[in-house]
Design a protein. Structure first.
Ligand code: NI
Length: 172
């Protein structure tokens, strides 16, 4: 297993729409193992493959308190939104230091495939529903800053860009 680098906003790769997974092979399983290790190492509750630079529709998630309930969704799709919204203050490993209050459906039905390609459906509410919608956004090239005003978004983009440049200068 290996911890992979997490891309940070405004990296243009985070804007890519991810491609469906068709081969449920060793490469995919290696990617899932690496994503899982990367998520846990970063103390995140969810990670989409594009956040480690792989434009494939893969999500790993663990919203349990004890960090022992890994959930993997391949080619996830929200097939039904129920009425009613919840607002959570969301963070994102790709937008460090930023929280955004986002209104999302409180309950959704998800269709996905497991690591072997077997399809399943699942009803999700509360944090799980929020987290899945957040991660599916990543697969569609969307990040939490898109829910903020353009003024705030600009400010965050400039700040994170500056931090990235200074990190690169130090590394050089
Ligand atoms: Ni995120």
């Amino acid at each position: 297993m290996a911890i992979r680098d997490i891309l940070t906003y405004p990296d243009p790769r985070l804007r890519k729409s991810s491609e469906p997974v068709r081969e449920f092979d060793d490469d995919l399983h290696q990617l899932i193992r690496d994503m899982t290790e990367t998520m846990y190492a970063a103390s995140g509750i969810g990670l989409a493959a594009i956040q480690v630079g792989v434009a494939r529709r893969v999500i790993v998630m663990d919203i349990s308190r004890d960090r022992n309930d890994l959930q993997v969704f391949i080619n996830p799709e929200v097939i039904d939104f129920e009425e009613g919204q919840v607002e959570f203050e969301e963070g994102c490993l790709s937008v460090p230091g930023v929280n955004a209050t986002v209104a999302r459906s409180a309950r959704v039905i998800i269709k996905a495939q497991d690591v072997s390609g077997i399809p399943f459906e699942r009803e999700a509410d509360e944090l799980l529903a929020v987290c899945i919608q957040h991660e599916v956004d990543h697969l569609n090239g969307k990040v939490i800053v898109d829910y903020l005003s353009s003024v705030k978004r600009d400010r965050i983009r400039k700040k994170l860009k500056k931090e990235l440049l200074s990190m690169e200068n130090q590394a050089a």
